[in-house]
Design a protein around this ligand. Structure first.
Ligand SMILES: C[S@@+](CC[C@H](N)C(=O)[O-])C[C@H]1O[C@@H](n2cnc3c(N)ncnc32)[C@H](O)[C@@H]1O
Length: 261
């Protein structure tokens, strides 16, 4: 999937809140070495630098435009272009941090185990993932993709639907096997958005992109526009406005915190 840093940053306040909550859960620690995995445009990296001023914070991301945006935002910070699937994680890290990354990495449990193995004693692996496939935003991506004349765009390769997350028990059992302390919790954020169009715009900077890209590529601009109108109308129906016209977008998020013994 191709990311657009400008688009992603448009809702940065909403996206940063879970990153701050995750940092808060990690707590005040004398960490020396931190890696921000899937750093995007550098928003989570910046929050880590603020929270752990004594540490050396580096970052990686697989998307060239995100890496460029992060480097521009944080001159002097080592931001590498790398895909986690082939990236050789360094030894001696105190905190691997991943805000809104691992829901994009199917089958990520062995990768988490490998990262944990590279942590220093007392080190932490801290991740947060949107757990929102059952929310209207995501159910409607699937429903509207299957409904209209644009559905031919998905005939060959199927829907670009994210894989479901492993169960909380899987994280606990797998990651605590060697005595590490593992906490898992799920929090629903109620993001207050200006209107339903803002919800579409918000997911347009992340989960909706693979659908839009595929329809545009396989069925053309007119099919994309018709599908986009159908999706937007369905989202408007699913998220009724409050008295002032704003809407609440519930977003469940799963947090996993592993403290190595
Ligand atoms: C939703 S953004 C999260 C950005 C930032 N961490 C934040 O807190 O908002 C997810 C980022 O993960 C990156 N990403 C996805 N799969 C990846 C992979 N396999 N390896 C490295 N980065 C990946 C994407 O390029 C994207 O920039």
């Amino acid at each position: 999937m191709i990311w657009n840093p400008e688009r992603y940053r448009a809702y940065e306040d909403h996206r940063n809140r879970p990153a701050s909550d995750l940092i808060h859960a990690v707590g005040d620690q004398p960490f020396r070495r931190i890696v921000d995995l899937g750093c995007g445009p550098g928003n989570s990296t910046e929050a880590l630098i603020r929270a752990f001023p004594q540490a050396t914070v580096t970052a990686i991301d697989a998307d060239p435009s995100m890496v460029e945006a992060a480097r521009k935002r944080l001159p002097g910070v080592d931001v590498s272009l790398a895909d986690l699937s082939s990236w050789e994680a360094p030894e001696g890290v105190d905190l691997f941090f991943a805000n809104a990354l691992f829901h994009w990495v199917p089958g990520h449990m062995p990768l988490l185990e490998r990262l944990k193995a590279k942590l220093n004693p007392g080190g932490v692996l801290a991740i947060q993932m949107p757990d929102n496939l059952d929310e209207p935003t995501h159910r409607l991506m699937v429903e509207t993709a299957r409904e209209g004349f644009w559905k031919q765009a998905f005939a060959a390769a199927g829907l670009p639907k994210r894989a479901a997350l492993p169960a909380p028990a899987d994280y606990v059992e797998t990651l605590s096997a060697d005595g590490a302390d593992v906490s898992v919790w799920r929090t629903t954020y109620f993001h207050r958005m200006e209107n339903a169009a803002a919800i579409v715009d918000f997911v347009g900077g992340a989960g909706l992109r693979p659908y839009a890209e595929r329809i545009r590529k396989e069925a053309g601009e007119a099919a994309h526009d018709a599908w986009f109108a159908a999706y937007s109308a369905a989202v408007s129906r699913a998220y009724p406005p409050l008295a002032d016209g704003s809407v609440l977008m519930p977003m469940p998020r799963l947090f996993v915190l592993v403290r190595k013994g």
